[in-house]
Design a protein around this ligand. Structure first.
Ligand code: KG4
Ligand code: ZN
Length: 343
């Protein structure tokens, strides 16, 4: 039974995962309202709020699961990448808790958590698969051969897809986080009425670039009072532009890898238009797509507990170190540098 703690950015997530019975409980507090007036995450405010939330959320999860602290076999936490101060809150609590319970403390890579989250679903995708990881900080296509074997196929050269949603939402004077807000406004608009570029659609590689798209939106809205319908049309065209590129490159990545499965992970993976177009394209190309439940696309504790469970299951010989006062976090941490676990 593994307790998972996620505090890398602006969500405090806690969950309890049992390797036999699955997810026993999970709770989340989002700081969206706290950061909304600044249009983005304020790191110091994020750290302080994690401190306030993490223990009450842990109690809530234990209650949901009707479990006691003493039943926990390991404590997992996000060790990076993310905001240093925010990471330290989760790491400190997890290491201290594990130390007091005399159980292993396991630092998990945040993106490995996102990547493996689709495996919480039933049916779970089998290895190997191509993963499209689209979050606020990352846009990557990866070949996933096993736990810990992640080969980068392509990535964004500038803004991440989620970041493009957030920045464009700011230009349209929508709130933070921008993804869900743009998606909502886009429903009232029509793509194609204004024209935005599909950056790098024909670049013959698996890389992305989204910063130009944001600039193109800026030119549409600059010095102009757009009426409601025009704003909705910009939102719809923006969403369509991002989705078109993500879909085309994902299909190409699956073809080039000669694989049959695509897994979508990260916050932008909650986008309904992306899911619709990707599923349609996959049906045409003859491969299957796997998505996490929308609540496990964005940051959460379940994916951290689950990633730790997978690592412990596949590498039982390597005893994870007990919790201690001697730990560090990695605000910058390359996913492909992770160690593979033997199967
Ligand atoms: O994975 P995540 O929760 O955090 C990071 O690890 O970055 O992703 C957050 C990002 C934000 O940029 C947010 O705007 C975007 O995911 N997002 C969405 C949607 N829900 C969240 N983007 C598009 N459509 C959505 N429905
Ligand atoms: Zn994330």
């Amino acid at each position: 039974m593994i307790l998972g703690i996620e505090t890398s950015c602006d969500e405090t997530g806690v969950a309890l995962y049992d390797s036999t019975h699955g997810l026993l409980g999970h709770a989340l507090h989002t700081q969206a309202a706290l950061h909304a007036e600044y249009g983005g995450v304020v790191p110091e405010l994020a750290s302080r709020d994690h401190i306030r939330r993490v223990l009450p959320l842990t109690r809530e999860v234990l209650q949901q699961a009707k479990a006691s602290l003493q039943e926990i076999d390991a404590v997992a936490y996000t060790a990076g990448p993310g905001l240093a101060g925010a990471l330290l809150v989760g790491a400190g609590v997890a290491e201290g808790l594990a130390w007091s319970l005399d159980v292993p403390a396991i630092g998990i890579h945040h993106l490995e958590g996102h990547l493996l989250a689709p495996l919480l679903e039933n049916p779970a995708p089998a290895f190997p698969f191509v993963a499209l990881l689209v979050s606020g900080g990352h846009t990557q296509l990866m070949r996933v051969s096993a736990i810990g074997q992640y080969e980068l196929l392509g990535e964004t050269l500038d803004d991440a897809a989620g970041e493009a949603f957030d920045k464009t939402a700011q230009l349209l004077e929508l709130g933070y986080p921008g993804g869900p807000q743009i998606a909502r406004l886009a429903e009232q608009g029509q793509a194609g009425r204004v024209k935005l570029p599909r950056p790098m659609l024909h670049s013959h590689d698996l890389d992305f670039s989204f910063s130009g798209l944001k600039t193109a939106v800026m030119l549409q809205v600059k010095n102009r009072q757009l009426e409601a319908q025009a704003r909705a049309d910009v939102a719809a065209e923006f969403e369509a532009a991002i989705v078109d590129v993500l879909v085309a490159k994902s299909v190409e990545a699956v073809k080039r890898s000669d694989l049959e499965r695509l897994v979508v992970a990260g916050g932008v993976g909650a986008n309904i238009s992306l899911r619709k177009k990707l599923s349609a394209a996959a049906a045409r190309a003859g491969f299957s797509v796997f998505y996490p439940a929308p609540e496990f696309c964005t940051d959460n504790g379940a994916m951290i507990a689950f990633a730790a469970a997978m690592r412990l299951q596949h590498a039982p010989a390597k005893q994870a170190p007990r919790g201690s006062g001697n730990f560090s976090v990695r605000p910058r941490w390359d996913l492909s540098s992770l160690e593979a676990v033997s199967r």
